[in-house]
Design a protein around this ligand. Structure first.
Ligand code: HEM
Length: 413
């Protein structure tokens, strides 16, 4: 079955027709994660793992990892940073210093969030909306008369990179360079003489070069942009140093670009394959926020986040040794039937929707207001111009496994 058929067969109610027994028995989490059909419809795997092995030990050769699937256990990990740390060792992404604020544990974490939170408040984000709308409209206008486009390449990928360049006060012509840099970290392409790690380290070094140059320039010559805002903010007598600002910028490359791209891809793919639910949005555009929250929950574009244990502990009755990498499966928590009423159904009328698509606990996404604004603006501008669309015939959608980007999201209308 093709990915889009697999999705379509689940009907317009999420997964209610799907049979978790398809993947039940003795599920192998890693094998399932490598299966393209499962990447398109991971909710089936989530259920199988919650039922069979909710705290899963996975042997990856050099390291062993524990995957956590149930809502209750996911919350336990996210809310206990003293035991489940997100310090640098939790994940290697080409960095030479801890990324701020993600790889900072309490108590220092709070002083960074105190400075950063006000800069990403709904009020601050609202100031960026008109400009973001113009950028989105511009990208959509370029394809609207063609009757077809690869939504990922035409809209979902360039939009967040352009918004990011605006935030940094850099020329928009650098978008392709920035997309290549974040890809070099998130999906490095090994070559005959370079391993993934080599590519990641080289790309990391280049990101530092780019950011150090811009930050040095803003120290000399402050502008009306976020980097200058970071440099001039002071809370409780604490100011960010230029290195801090570089370490924040590096995290934004990884946290703020692919996440929005993957979310837009997942949402448009779902709406393309579920015309009745899409029509609800087209008929009443004021439902856009409910659509966004429900699709963030059901699709969970960032499927999991890493932690590392600071001491021996126990989770869901399983002993876990200090120094174990933990993969916290947000997507599974977001559909866990123990927590959600009809978690595998997509319901735009869901009244309470406390999903974990932006994480939870003290590292909950700093950019959630910015992300929601970008998602809303694109969904509004897109459906105003293209209310009817579907996946092009014969296309097998290619979802990436961890961050659910769809690089061949070919639409027709
Ligand atoms: C729909 C898009 C987005 C999704 C789904 C998303 C998801 C997440 C998740 C799951 C986390 C928690 C990470 C963890 O606990 O290890 C996180 C943290 C974070 N996100 Fe986002 N994110 C999105 C957009 C953005 C944007 C646009 C920015 C840019 C400012 C951003 C900046 C951050 C930062 C700085 C953190 C770390 C917060 C901390 O450690 O205190 N995110 N995000």
């Amino acid at each position: 079955m093709s990915d889009n058929e697999a999705k379509t067969e689940t009907g317009n109610q999420g997964l209610s027709d799907a049979d978790p027994a398809d993947v039940d028995g003795s599920p192998d989490a890693l094998a399932m994660m490598g299966d393209p059909a499962m990447a398109a419809c991971p909710q089936l795997m989530y259920k199988a793992m919650r039922d069979a092995d909710p705290v899963t030990n996975v042997d990856l050769g050099e390291i062993s990892m524990t995957m956590v699937w149930r809502h209750e256990d996911v919350i336990e990990v996210l809310r206990n940073p003293e035991v489940y740390s997100s310090r640098e060792e939790a994940v290697e992404i080409g960095q030479k210093r801890p990324l701020i604020p993600l790889q900072i544990d309490p108590p220092d974490h709070a002083k960074f969030r105190k400075i950063l939170d006000p800069l990403f408040s709904p009020k601050k984000v609202a100031l960026l909306e008109d400009r973001t709308r113009a950028l989105a409209a511009d990208l959509i206008e370029k394809v609207v008369d063609d009757g077809t486009c690869n939504f990922d390449k035409a809209i979902a990928e360039p939009l967040p990179s352009t918004v990011f360049l605006e935030l940094l006060g850099l020329p928009l012509e650098r978008a392709a360079e920035f997309i290549a840099l974040k890809d070099g970290i998130i999906r490095p392409q090994a070559t005959a003489d370079k391993t993934d790690t080599d590519v990641r380290d080289e790309t990391g070094a280049r990101i530092y070069e780019v950011l150090e140059a811009v930050v040095a320039e803003r120290v000399e010559n402050p502008q009306d942009d976020f980097l200058s805002g970071f440099l001039s903010s002071e809370v409780d007598g604490h100011r960010l140093t230029p290195d801090d600002v570089v370490d924040i910028g590096y995290l934004f490359f990884l946290a703020g670009l692919d996440t929005v791209t993957a979310s837009l891809d997942c949402m448009i793919s779902f709406l393309a394959q579920n015309p009745e639910q899409r029509q609800q949005l087209v008929d009443d555009p004021s439902r856009v926020n409910a659509v966004i929250e429900e699709l963030l929950r059901f699709e969970t574009p960032v499927t999991g986040v890493p932690r590392i244990t600071s001491r021996d502990t126990e989770l869901g009755g399983c002993p876990i040794k200090a120094g174990t990498t933990i993969m916290v499966m947000l997507g599974s928590a977001n559909t866990d039937e123990e927590f959600w009423d009809g978690g595998d159904d997509v319901d735009f009328d869901r009244e309470v929707n406390k999903h974990l698509a932006f994480g939870g606990g003290l590292h909950r996404c700093l950019g959630s207001h910015l992300a929601r604004m970008e998602l809303r603006v694109v969904l509004e501008e897109w459906h105003r111009r293209v209310p009817n669309y579907s996946i092009a015939d014969g296309v097998e959608l290619n979802y990436s496994a961890g961050l659910r980007q769809i690089d061949n999201l070919q639409l027709v209308w």
